[in-house]
Design a protein around this ligand. Structure first.
Ligand SMILES: *[C@@H]1O[C@H](CO)[C@@H](O)[C@H](O)[C@H]1NC(C)=O
Ligand SMILES: *[C@@H]1O[C@H](CO)[C@@H](O)[C@H](O)[C@H]1NC(C)=O
Ligand SMILES: *[C@@H]1O[C@H](CO)[C@@H](O)[C@H](O)[C@H]1NC(C)=O
Ligand SMILES: *[C@@H]1O[C@H](CO)[C@@H](O)[C@H](O)[C@H]1NC(C)=O
Ligand SMILES: CC(=O)N[C@H]1CO[C@H](CO)[C@@H](O)[C@@H]1O
Length: 438
């Protein structure tokens, strides 16, 4: 009887513990879904577009246990790289106007355990540090990137390389690694898993991505990779264990090699339903140029086929018969549905800037438009600006939650009550606010 009682207590305790593992935010998926971010910490409101100092983005992410919101929109021009601390939530969706673009250099997330980054643009550019990436993760665990637009890396654009585990990159655009290196990025871990979900790799000469370790690549679109390769399957003497499911690969003007290259028998992979449109027969380039400014809903025809699972098509990898038991997605899309979901939703899509709009229109040309670039300051990229600033809603107590939202949700607009959990759902009040915006 006593033992049964103790056992029961143990079961209750264990399930109570399990129920604490809420997702980073509703809709968080993959290996990084349980990142905690700044939950339980304080709110830091970014109030200016300065490179550094009080109220700046750099200052906001310099300390752990913070939920970072924005009372300004626009371009934050940075000179040196920004280092993100552990246990930080970056809620780009709170910025008014067209949101936030961080331009001029890259960011390090090395050691940024339990970070959550949403709805923000990181555009490095040719003035950034030579040999550095748009986003670098050299070590750390439990990170999730959601609806991020990252471009113009000087070395890699989004690079994970080292002792890294439990990372998700979802609904993100990884674009235009600058020439001459022009890389999407390494996604190489020596330890844990990385999920890349519903994201767009576009206009990178090579490494779109280059994968090693434990990885799932699901419902992504890869467009206009260059001669260096699309998905590079390991190219390694170390073992990899991967799922590659329901993705779409589309050749563009720079594409000269097949989607999968440099695999070998160390690269164990489960593949299914990967679709390849190789014929570059989209809209005539001149016609696309005309209509992409007048009617962006006009698209060419996606007329490829599912890649047969031959070792030739997948460059000598070792196929496995059953899917590795990784977190995967809540809803696996058919490749062509993934294509439209990525085109409409990937990147900082709460408000797309000119750069992402142009990139998405390149994909819609289905083979005729797209380019590898070496200088983002020239037209039409124009350094990623301008970005409309907008006006933040009234927040009398400065707790990051607007008065109107606080009143509607039974909170006090005159008291800082950001870190309470009024509705008992496990998220801080401020998290309910930031999650309600998207
Ligand atoms: C932000 O930068 C502007 C312009 O350099 C300066 O006037 C202002 O004092 C800075 N704000 C803070 C909080 O440092
Ligand atoms: C990664 O996630 C798995 C599954 O939730 C967990 O067992 C493991 O401890 C995590 N690793 C790290 C380093 O947090
Ligand atoms: C844009 O193109 C689409 C597809 O051809 C067409 O259905 C739509 O009517 C066009 N819209 C405008 C405003 O011309
Ligand atoms: C690759 O897949 C395509 C489409 O399914 C198929 O037609 C082709 O024969 C395959 N090529 C090789 C070399 O296996
Ligand atoms: C440095 C380098 O190899 N650049 C190449 C990138 O890819 C484009 C198109 O595939 C080539 O034209 C460049 O020469």
């Amino acid at each position: 009887m006593l033992w049964t009682g103790l056992l029961h207590l143990l079961v209750v305790l264990l399930s109570a513990h399990t129920s604490l593992a809420i997702p980073a935010f509703p809709g968080a998926e993959g290996f990084g879904a349980s990142a905690i971010g700044g939950r339980g910490g304080s709110v830091y409101i970014v109030t200016n577009l300065n490179d550094s100092g009080a109220g700046s983005f750099r200052d906001a992410v310099s300390q752990s246990h913070r939920i970072v919101t924005f009372a300004v929109g626009g371009v934050i021009k940075i000179n040196s790289r920004i280092v993100v601390s552990s246990h930080v939530t970056i809620a780009g969706q709170t910025a008014p106007g067209q949101g936030i673009t961080v331009y001029g250099n890259g960011l390090s997330y090395s050691g940024a355990d339990h970070s959550i980054t949403r709805y923000i643009r990181y555009r490095m550019g040719k003035g950034g540090d030579a040999g550095k990436d748009g986003i670098t993760i050299a070590n750390g665990n439990n990170m999730i990137f959601d609806h991020v637009s990252v471009s113009w890396g000087r070395d890699e654009t989004f690079s994970i390389n080292g002792d890294v585990s439990n990372v998700t990159i979802q609904d993100t655009i990884i674009a235009q690694g600058l020439q001459t290196h022009s890389c999407g990025g390494l996604i190489q871990t020596s330890t844990g898993g990385v999920s890349i979900i519903r994201s767009l790799y576009i206009d990178n000469k090579t490494r779109n991505p280059k994968v090693k370790g434990v990885n799932e690549f699901v419902n992504n679109v890869v467009y206009n990779w260059g001669g260096g390769g699309g998905y590079i399957a390991g190219d390694s003497s170390e073992k990899s264990f991967t799922n590659i499911m329901n993705n779409v690969f589309i050749s563009g003007p720079s594409t000269s090699v097949s989607p999968f290259t440099r695999g070998n028998a160390n690269f164990q992979t489960f593949v299914q339903h990967n679709y390849y449109d190789s014929n570059k027969n989209g809209l005539m380039k001149w016609f696309h140029r005309i209509i992409d400014t007048t009617n962006s809903s006009f698209t060419g025809k996606l007329d490829g086929a599912e890649l047969a699972a031959t070792t030739d098509n997948y460059s000598g990898v070792a196929f496995v018969g059953t899917r590795f038991n990784y977190p995967t997605v809540n809803k696996l899309l058919a490749p062509l549905d993934a294509y439209s979901t990525v085109l409409s939703g990937a990147g900082m899509s709460k408000s797309r800037d000119n750069v992402d709009t142009l990139l998405v229109n390149e994909v819609k040309s289905l083979g005729t438009s797209g380019e590898l670039i070496s200088d983002e300051t020239v037209s039409p990229w124009n350094s990623g600006g301008p970005i409309a600033g907008g006006t933040a809603p009234k927040d009398s107590d400065g707790d990051g939650m607007p008065d109107a939202w606080e009143k509607a949700n039974g909170l006090n607009p005159n008291v800082n009550d950001a870190s309470g959990d009024k509705n008992g759902d496990g998220y801080d009040n401020i998290e309910n606010y930031i999650n309600s915006l998207v």
